[in-house]
Design a protein around this ligand. Sequence first.
Ligand code: MG
Length: 264
Amino acid sequence: MKNYLSMIRRKTKNVAAISTLRRGKLIILLCVFNANFLISAEEIVNPEETEIWGPIPSIIDTSSQSVPSDAIILFDGESLHHWEKIDGSEALWLIEENAFTIKPGTGDIVTKKKFSDLQLHIEWRTPIPEDAIGQNRGNSGIFLQRRYELQVLDSFNNETYVNGQAGSIYKQYIPLVNASRGPGIWQTYDIVFKAPTFNMDKSLKTNASMTVLHNGVLIQNNSILRGSTTYIGLPEYEFHEKDSILLQDHGSKISFRNVWAREL
Ligand code: MG
């Protein structure tokens, strides 16, 4: 606050000096409008003038080395009470050994909670044996706000279209590298998702974006989404509000564990 006050004092002084030199009202007005530009980098002489002391970031506890204290735990290893089927009925995926596994044919599941901007950590494992190829091998997907899919696939020695391999933002962005581990091995995604925003008339204001680390490696670097994920055709935006995280049942027995989110 002290620094801001000193900057305001400087600005006021500058405006006053100029207005004394040139007395026309219009010029004074222009000087007031331009007051922000009157302080140049050279005028900052003390290191304290560029220090900011607030707001102070909240303190969170990261001592557990897995889940930060301000995270919302979406799977605690024991129940799927944070999840449900799309029709609102009970999620039927199987829980064992602190993980849950897709029960093929029972359908996608969604979080009961709806999110906007978020950080999401999720661990996943594709099944052994590798009983299929291409898009049918270990396919699932993490859909932010039910619409924007980060692909889950067994992409370890498994050829497919590259904007549909693991770590792709499906049919929109190829991952920067293929950081996939083999089937049966746990993998991680750390996602930073910025939700799209919309104008009052429900037209698009700002695009969604996604940054993703796969097994700790950057694979999507602030990728600007072109719209909702589509299987056929081109992505487009549709107006929506906060919405759930959706996990896709694509017929493969993918397992998930240690799922947590932080609202941003
Ligand atoms: Mg998928």
